[in-house]
Design a protein around this ligand. Structure first.
Ligand SMILES: [Fe+2]
Length: 343
């Protein structure tokens, strides 16, 4: 079995299927009206569609039908994270690939508004992944400045997943054709990864795989038009009496260079990151950037440490039976790894 560093040197597998990008996520919420107030009235998502038990949302720039689905359920959870593929043929190839891995696979037809059939799978770590090709479109509202609200949120950027198996996760995503752009690791001979950022579209990532109890969804990252929008959204939340929803930041990440703030949905605790100004990564010889876990600038370029809630609290994911997947403890804690050397 090659080491993760050997895998990184080799680069991603040339896959027979073509995953284009992270495309949407489904969050299970317990009170749809209260969630609509947060996501639509406060953050300014655009409503694409609604049913009795679901709300379909998108950013102002997005043409595809939705990048966030809020679906009512008994307990808050992550229903799936979904990726768009280039062609229908890719879906069959992905089904074969996951069946070869021994993963549960399922076809979903007509279950969600605005999209064609989708392939739902559970990856080797228990995460519910979905792949689809067809999605209906709207005209972009990128330049409807007269309508924009909130940051404004322009588009989905990435999913951040919590797992105790980061090295195995990096190997899996490289095998799915993803490129590692940055990672954080402990120093020394027994190097352990505490996070890796992996992409298909030419930005820093579509998926971040970070160490922690899992499988759990840590957050969804949405791109804002500019850095000022991140600050404006904080001002608007505070003015509306929701300053307590600002969990971490605003600040600038070392990893990704993005300007960020992390917000917590007031109803169920889902974590949303507003994210602006990462960088182009599309050259074929783009090499991953390594950060030492002991360098506080990795998580925040200005050196501020993240609160404990940010490391500890994440959202369970749903398994094939519709129940939360069992959560496994992690033997690695980034905070401990950092403080061992700082002490
Ligand atoms: Fe993020």
């Amino acid at each position: 079995m090659p080491t993760v560093n050997e895998l990184l040197a080799t680069g991603p597998r040339a896959t027979p299927f073509d995953i284009m990008r992270s495309a949407y996520a489904e969050l299970i919420v317990t009170d749809l009206a209260a969630s609509e107030h947060f996501y639509v009235e406060l953050l300014g998502f655009v409503v694409s569609d609604r049913t009795e038990d679901a709300l379909y949302l998108r950013g102002w720039e997005e043409r595809t039908h939705h990048s966030l689905v809020l679906r009512v359920g008994e307990r808050p959870a992550a229903g799936c994270v979904a990726f768009r593929v280039r062609s229908e043929r890719d879906l069959a190839l992905l089904e074969e690939d996951f069946q070869r891995r021994g993963s549960p696979t399922r076809w979903l037809e007509g279950g969600s508004l605005g999209m064609g059939r989708a392939l739902r799978v559970w990856d080797p770590f228990g995460f519910p992944l979905e792949f689809f090709c067809e999605m209906s479109q709207f005209e972009t509202q990128l330049q409807r400045f007269d309508l924009h609200r909130g940051a404004p949120i322009m588009r989905l950027d990435h999913f951040n997943l919590h797992s105790p198996q980061v090295e195995e996760g990096v190997a899996f995503w490289l095998d799915m054709g993803f490129v590692c752009t940055e990672y954080i690791a402990t120093d020394g001979a027994d190097e352990r990864f505490t996070g890796a950022w992996l992409r298909r579209k030419p930005t820093v990532h579509d998926v971040a795989f970070t160490v922690g109890r899992g499988p759990r969804l840590h957050h969804l990252g949405f791109t804002t038009a500019d850095t000022v929008g991140v600050l404006r959204c904080c001002d608007q939340l505070a003015a509306a009496g929701y300053a307590h929803l600002i969990e971490r930041g605003p600040g600038r990440h070392g990893v990704s260079n993005a300007f960020f703030v992390y917000l917590r949905d007031p109803v169920d605790g889902h974590r949303i990151e507003l994210y602006a100004c990462d960088y182009y990564t599309g050259d074929p010889d783009h090499r991953p950037i390594r950060w030492s876990v002991h360098d506080a600038r990795a998580r925040s370029f200005w050196g501020a440490l993240a609160p404990d809630s940010w490391y500890e609290e994440s959202m369970p994911v749903l398994g094939p039976d519709g129940e939360p997947v069992e959560i496994v403890d992690s033997s690695v804690d980034e905070r401990t790894a950092r403080s061992e050397v700082m002490a």
